[in-house]
Design a binder for this molecule. Structure first.
Ligand code: ZN
Length: 252
């Protein structure tokens, strides 16, 4: 491993730790996917992301102390998203930059992401977004693109802080009344909810019936944008936040 100055604008001291796990992109990246490593130690995560047999990787891994490791060049396709969909794109790996944040995750002791780690992430996001055209609406978590398989980076990830720094969408509208909509219901309000989730980027084809799939997508939405209530029930506030995010996304 060597320390490198890297492309212009990169934070100093990025540590090169090349992974063999990448191939050729079919498109330039316009999505950014945030992960947690979900392993007991940073060392174990780094070893796995560099193991040819594991066939997994990411472009960057950021340790809890803020050290940034570069594993795959941004112009290459890393193996981080797996079977995924965002805004209809099914080859999310080809279209995205993947960043792993060291955290034991829900299996080994999920804990807050330290400020040093998030500060380092923010120093990385600006130069990445100066090199590639990545709209705020395409800065998402692994759970957002793979809701049936993944929950990372989960509810402790500070999406609000990221948005305040100019990266990603956030909305906190005034508390909105309105009847909760849940599994088993059907009708125009359900159709509108599914259409809104689809427009935001989720794979949630509108049918007008609130089925188990819809509940999963609502829960995934809440994990990112309403972390105080992750229950799969679209109450008034969940729906108000969705509408506010769509408005924010439409403005770029
Ligand atoms: Zn992940």
């Amino acid at each position: 491993m060597t320390s490198s100055s890297g492309p212009v604008g990169d934070p100093p001291g990025i540590i090169d730790a090349p992974s063999p796990n990448f191939d050729v992109r079919i498109a330039p990246p316009d999505i950014l996917v945030i992960h947690y490593t979900g392993m007991q130690t940073a060392e174990a995560a780094l070893a796995r992301l560099r193991d040819a047999k594991a066939k997994v990787s990411a472009h960057y891994m950021i340790d809890e102390d803020g050290r940034i490791f570069r594993l795959v060049p941004e112009e290459r396709r890393a193996y981080h998203a797996g079977v995924s969909v965002w805004k209809g794109e099914r080859d999310v790996n080809s279209r995205s930059i993947g960043i792993e944040l060291v955290n034991p995750g829900d299996e080994f002791g999920y804990r807050p992401f330290p400020d040093a780690q998030i500060d380092a992430l923010l120093t990385l996001l600006s130069p990445i977004r100066s090199r590639w055209s990545i709209p705020s609406g395409n800065i998402v978590g692994h759970s957002d693109v793979a809701p049936e398989r993944k929950i990372d980076p989960d509810v402790l990830f500070p999406w609000k802080r990221l948005a305040e720094a100019g990266h990603g969408l956030w909305a906190e509208p005034a508390p909105a009344p309105g009847e909760p909509i849940g599994e088993g219901e059907s009708g125009a309000a359900v159709f509108a909810l599914q259409a809104g989730l689809t427009r935001l980027g989720y794979d949630c084809a509108p049918s007008g019936t609130f089925d188990a799939r819809t509940a999963l997508i609502v829960k995934t939405f809440q994990r990112h944008w309403r972390p105080a209530q992750v229950d799969g029930i679209a109450d008034g506030e969940t729906r108000a936040r969705l509408i506010a995010l769509l408005r924010a996304g439409a403005q770029g």
